[in-house]
Unconditional design. Sequence first.
Length: 269
Amino acid sequence: MRKTIALILALISTSTCNSQTAIEYYNRGNAKGSLQDYRGAIADYIEAIELKPDYSKAYNNRGIAKKSLQDYIGAIADFNKSIELDPDDPTTYFNRGVAKARLQDYRGAIVDNTKAIELKPDYADAYMNRGGAKGSLQDNRGAIADFTKSIEIKPDNPNTYFNRGFAKYELQDYIGAISDFNKAIELDPGNPKFYYYRGIAKAKLQDYRGANADYSKSIELKPDFAYSYFNRGLSKIKLGQKDNGCLDLSKAGELGSSEAYDAIKEFCN
């Protein structure tokens, strides 16, 4: 009887020790991940899982590290295991949805983000990602509804306004798109993409001067932004500034725009 008790105590002690060591590896993996040492993080999560095979968070975080290395299939396998061990964690469904979207499995991404929202109704990022997946499937109205809900919960994310603006642009609501791009710029004035797309929307409304100002700002922030040179060139030509417009098209061609030289043939010769 005493030998049996001693054996049980020894097993408990070993299990406790393994669990503590697994947590140490897990925490070190998290630290490495925060420093973008994703391979080092994965190595630590592997150690944690070997010591504690039911460690759902280690599978989840290893999946995140794999996703950061663009190993989306490997990431999904880890998220699957994490969900098997803990089916009530909304973040794992969210992460799996992101990985599926990267593989262009937008329908799968919608299902996972919907589950994340079911488990956590105020999950702003899940609404945003589900909206992005819907937009990729050209369900722009559904996307706008999700982006709007995300903004209600988390009103300080410039990317959500930008994404909603892009969905409005796709529906030819250029005024609504500009309004959202304005808000995105207010929250993140250093993002050249926001100015570029606001310029595109302004050009659709034939506000070529306003469009040129936005293209110029995007170029100031990103001097190798070929698309901004290309579209600024076209806008200048529409404003009667042919020589300057053609110089912008030439610069766009230097930067790799495949459309620039076709436009030069059409407008500049």
